[in-house]
Design a protein around this ligand. Structure first.
Ligand code: GLN
Length: 493
């Protein structure tokens, strides 16, 4: 039997269900990996070893009594620290929430726990999930397990690194513009952003509410299906959550659509991509073609406006969502100085609590919403968002009368234009960092499901750096996206 820490969540749950190992063994194996490796990787902000072992023993006791233990019974999971948990702290990697204790647990996490999963700790992120490298955590940077001199991607970099380093088989992240898929791509694991509304956002600390979605990071596609299915479904606490059943996904994964038709956007075959990205992407397309898929060239003419639209919509929403951290009702409060009033207290609490990237975003977001600029920026960005959604609707919607356009089961793209970069390489230039999100933000703007699966490697200065293939499908066709991703796993071998 493989080491428990190297097993997939699905296999581990099976081994535990059959009594071949205990949940306690599984959690001990995970905690052992964290103890041995996290000093170097720094994926975790906080771990709960005692609590996790108690929870594992409770799972074992339920099993011993013959009670149903759930599809993830005994599986250790890590949770991004912007998902509320009623124990420990929920910091969002921000000084603002450094000591915040949530009175409740996020629905997505609650459902994993109800399925038997054991939360071993909270993972690092860019402050309030704003960033692409996890260097913007107010506490420390997480290292890429594949090359400690490089970033793990972000903002769910802690979750991606934990899974890549074998510390947990699965971790939760949040994806507003790529924060699950991009770090998955850079760490060589699978990252899935479900359809907007598939998973409840209740208890996910809001960044940009019309874009945020919770998603899993795992080592394989089946685990992404199992974890998403366990979290999915209507939640009365989130009005945007959909009543879309997701049961039985893991058992129905090995059935790719008949007559598979895949769209490859002309716009992503770009000389601006790293050559290894273009090479691995063309090879992936060829493998799908060799396996019998019909490959069609499509146009996503508004893709190039994705970054601009995303960084206006996301920042506008962020400036409003982060207004609650005033130091009075929420968040770190500055010391009141003699002669100061409430306005100064607000200002200083926010200045001390938020890091520079968060401050920049609140300022930009407030600006694009201000009178006189609202129409020019925010409203225009919303129109572009609609056009981007239209691009995908055309590719993924019904086939045109001449049979040439549309009718694609999914669209293929690279997840990122290049591999993980070195620490500090893009920190001085926020725009350079934003541009790295060019292929991921569109799925959030369109609200559609998208997965990143390992597609190859780039060799850089002796390191072999993972690259991701992205598969995007129509809204609520999450299972189809997972099936095509599963097919790719088989093709890649
Ligand atoms: N990198 C993007 C940003 O900085 C996406 C972040 C996310 O998905 N949370 O906004």
């Amino acid at each position: 039997m493989a080491s428990l820490a190297d097993m997939s969540a699905f296999d581990l749950a099976g081994v535990i269900a059959r009594g071949e190992a205990s949940a306690e063994d599984a959690v001990r194996a995970s905690l052992g990996r964290i103890a041995a490796g996290d000093g170097a990787v720094r994926a975790f902000i906080e771990t709960f070893p005692d609590r996790a072992l108690d929870a594992a023993r409770a799972v074992d006791a339920r099993r011993a009594r013959g009670e149903a233990a759930g599809p993830l019974a005994g599986v250790p999971v890590a949770v991004k620290d912007n998902l509320c948990l009623e124990w420990g702290r929920t910091t969002c990697a921000s000084r603002m929430l450094e000591h915040y204790r949530s009175p409740y647990t996020a629905t997505a996490v609650r459902r994993l726990i109800d399925a038997g999963a054991v939360v071993v700790g909270k993972t690092n992120l860019d402050e309030f999930a704003m960033g692409s490298s996890t260097e913007r955590s107010a506490f420390f940077a997480t290292r890429n397990p594949r090359d400690p001199g490089r970033v793990p991607g972000g903002s769910s970099g802690g979750s991606a690194a934990a899974v890549a380093a074998g510390m947990t088989p699965a971790a939760l992240g949040s994806d507003t513009g790529g924060s699950v898929r991009q770090p998955a791509s850079m760490c060589g694991v699978v990252g899935f952003k479900p359809t907007y509304g598939r998973v409840s956002r209740y208890g996910l600390v809001a960044f940009a509410s019309s874009l945020d979605q919770v998603g899993p990071l795992t080592r394989d596609v089946r685990d992404a299906a199992v974890v998403t299915a366990a979290m999915a479904g209507r939640d009365p606490c989130d009005a945007t959550s959909a009543d879309a059943p997701a049961a039985g996904w893991a058992e129905r994964l090995d059935e790719p659509p008949a007559g598979l038709r895949l769209g490859v956007p002309r716009e992503v075959r770009s000389p601006q991509n790293h050559p290894a990205v273009n090479f691995a992407f063309e090879r992936a397309v060829m493998k799908f073609r060799d396996a019998g898929a019909e490959i069609v060239e499509i146009d996503l003419p508004h893709l190039r406006h994705g970054i601009a639209a995303y960084y206006i919509v996301a920042l506008a929403e962020a400036s409003s969502n982060l207004g609650r951290y005033d130091g009075i009702r929420y968040g770190r409060r500055a010391e009141l100085r003699p002669g100061e009033g409430l306005a100064e207290l607000y200002a200083r609490s926010r200045a001390e609590g938020f890091g520079p990237e968060v401050r920049r975003r609140i300022l930009l977001g407030t600006h694009v919403l201000s009178s006189g600029y609202y129409d020019a920026y925010y409203l225009t960005a919303l129109k572009v968002r609609r056009l981007i959604k239209g691009d995908f609707d055309r590719a993924l919607g019904p086939r045109s009368a001449d049979g040439r356009a549309g009718g694609c089961h999914a669209v293929l793209m690279p997840t990122t234009p290049g591999p993980a970069w070195k620490f500090g390489e893009k920190s001085a230039d926020p725009l350079a960092m934003y541009l790295e999100d060019v292929y991921t933000v569109t799925a959030n703007l369109a609200g559609i499901p998208a997965i990143s699966v390992p597609m190859g490697e780039a060799e850089e200065e002796g390191s072999r750096l993972p690259l991701g293939l992205q598969i995007l499908g129509p809204a609520f066709e999450d299972l189809r996206v997972l099936r095509i991703a599963r097919m790719w796993e088989h093709l890649r071998g």
